[in-house]
Design a protein around this ligand. Structure first.
Ligand SMILES: [Zn+2]
Ligand SMILES: [Zn+2]
Length: 530
């Protein structure tokens, strides 16, 4: 039996692992590469394996970096079942067509540019038809119910506490009279996260794939009460200023987490004046999926559900349905507008920022991680002017940040999860992290728990011997590394990000430096260096 790492190895996105036995083949996750342009270019490459030869797929959770290339897998000939929990299946019913739509718009824009440059047009990675075909192959499974996708293979989904429906997956494979267990952690949530339950833990496995987004980082601990107090405090100050409150939030989980916290405040008699408009059709659809699965909520969330009717059904919450309704929000005052994308690099949030950033009475609240090179990151770093849809917008609004909503366990959380595992007979593969994070966490696992751990690189294949005893005699090293697989850029911003930042800084310099001599001197200096 062999495993090959085709994504989220040496980077966080593009999760995709292929397991090959003598009798069958399957993939776990088939995600899109996100982030820098260099990473995103991988989405356009051919798969390094033949999708027709794959018997089935398992999906840990609905995030696009774990599922976004399922329609491409189908487009390239995969016809097998795709197993996921029922909430994940429902969420993908909205997320995959949305992803197809985004491809469409992106490729159209790229092609307009390519045409002007005299370059050949690009084909979208997939279209809505492929997304619908992928959706038709989805099979919903219940957590903790074991099933056999093929003879000799038993699969069970557990809770990973990351987003609604998110799972760790246990796979038991019988081969040559030997049975081997592989646990795929999936993305692991942190304890006390709003709505979802804390992750399940494991006692024993032969092989383990564990995520390491925060493998070397310890976040400042924010308790639920601290998070709620901060939110109440920011709201109170924003209301005093009298303007609008803009919250960029991911459509899946972050939007619902915030609504949950706002309801909790309201239940305690706080944030009474807060009226929220959810201006994201995707977030609206996803919120509807949440209302179908109260059994996936933790006790606190269920309690609110009972006391306040339906968790997301409150007179102070409004969901916009049409573009006209969304545009009409420009005329309103004193409301909270929650919209996607969470990092402000696409979607309706850009319109709202354009209309609200330049007014000092408004407030923008960031509740999530802002990746390098995104508009959100520039704003929290204190840039004075931003460009949105080709227009310069001055940043005058109050900028606030609230931590405590992270969807990922930090190093302490990951170590605690690992701590319940008493034995790993084979070895641990540390994945889904930047190289220093995965490698750092792999050595920590060796030191702390004495398990053999390695951070595989993109395209590396490892033998998982039939006898786990054999595995221990061998050194863990790849049997081979494929060439032509996904490329991982070096850490930090790539050249495209640096170029964008340089242009913005230059525009800012020209705007605020009025002295002609200073301007000429600086610009000549810069030109001389190029
Ligand atoms: Zn995720
Ligand atoms: Zn992920």
């Amino acid at each position: 039996m062999k495993i090959t790492f085709y994504g989220a190895a040496g980077c966080v996105t593009g999760s995709n692992y292929l397991i090959e036995t003598e009798k069958f083949k399957f993939v776990v996750d088939c995600g899109m590469f996100q982030g820098s342009k260099t990473l995103k270019e991988n989405n356009y490459k051919e798969f390094a394996y033949d999708p027709k030869s794959v018997d089935f797929a398992l999906v840990t959770h609905a995030h696009i970096d774990h599922t976004g290339l399922l329609p491409k897998l189908v487009k390239k000939g995969f016809t097998g079942p795709i197993y996921a929990t029922e909430p994940t299946v429902d969420l993908l019913g909205f997320l995959l067509p949305d992803s197809a739509h985004i491809q469409d718009v992106e490729v159209m824009q790229k092609n307009r540019r390519n045409e002007r440059k005299g370059l050949p047009p690009l084909e979208p990675i997939y279209d809505e038809f492929d997304a619908q075909k992928a959706i038709s192959l989805l099979k919903g499974v219940k957590r903790y119910d074991a099933f056999n996708p093929v003879p000799g293979c038993t699969v069970k989904f557990y809770n990973a506490g990351h987003v609604l429906g998110s799972s760790s997956i246990e796979v038991i494979i019988e081969e040559k009279g030997e049975s081997r267990k592989i646990v795929f952690s999936g993305d692991l949530g942190e304890k006390d996260h709003p709505i979802v339950n804390d992750p399940d833990q494991f006692k024993q496995t032969d092989y383990l794939l564990v995520e390491s987004t925060y493998g070397t980082r310890v976040r400042e601990e924010v308790t639920k009460e601290e998070r709620l107090n901060k939110l109440a405090d920011v709201f109170a100050r924003a209301i005093e200023r009298g303007g609008n409150i803009i919250i960029p939030a991911f459509a899946l989980e972050r939007t619902q987490d915030l609504l949950h916290d706002i309801l909790t405040l309201k239940q305690r008699g706080q944030a009474r004046e807060i009226k929220v408009v959810i201006d994201s059709p995707l977030a609206t659809d996803i919120t509807r999926v949440f209302t179908r699965y109260p059994e996936c909520y933790d006790e606190d969330a269920r309690e609110i559900l009972q006391k306040m009717g339906n968790l997301f059904d409150h007179p102070d919450f409004r969901f916009t349905a049409t573009v006209e309704e969304s545009k009409a929000l420009n005329e309103e005052k004193g409301i909270v507008i929650m919209s996607a994308s969470g990092m402000c690099d696409a979607g309706r949030i850009k319109h709202h920022l354009k209309h609200n950033l330049w007014k000092p009475e408004n407030t923008v609240i960031f509740v999530g991680y802002q990746a390098e090179g995104t508009l959100g990151r520039l704003i929290i770093e204190g840039i004075k002017t931003v460009r949105i849809h080709g227009e310069e917008v001055s940043v005058e609004a109050q900028i606030e940040q609230i931590t405590g909503y992270s969807g990922h366990a930090d190093q302490n959380g990951l170590l605690e999860w690992m701590g319940s595992i008493e034995s790993v007979r084979g070895n641990v593969f540390v994945i889904h992290g930047e190289p220093d994070s995965s490698e750092g966490f792999a050595s920590l696992i060796q030191q702390k728990f004495g398990f053999r751990a390695i951070a595989p690189k993109m395209g590396e294949t490892f033998d998982l011997p039939a006898s786990v005893k054999e595995a221990h005699k061998q050194e863990i090293k790849p049997v081979y590394a494929m060439s032509g697989v996904a490329q991982v850029p070096p850490q930090g911003p790539d050249s495209h990000n640096l170029y964008a930042e340089l242009m913005l800084k230059l525009a800012e310099f020209m705007r605020y430096t009025k002295d002609e001599n200073k301007r000429r001197q600086k610009l000549q200096e810069l030109l001389g260096r190029l």
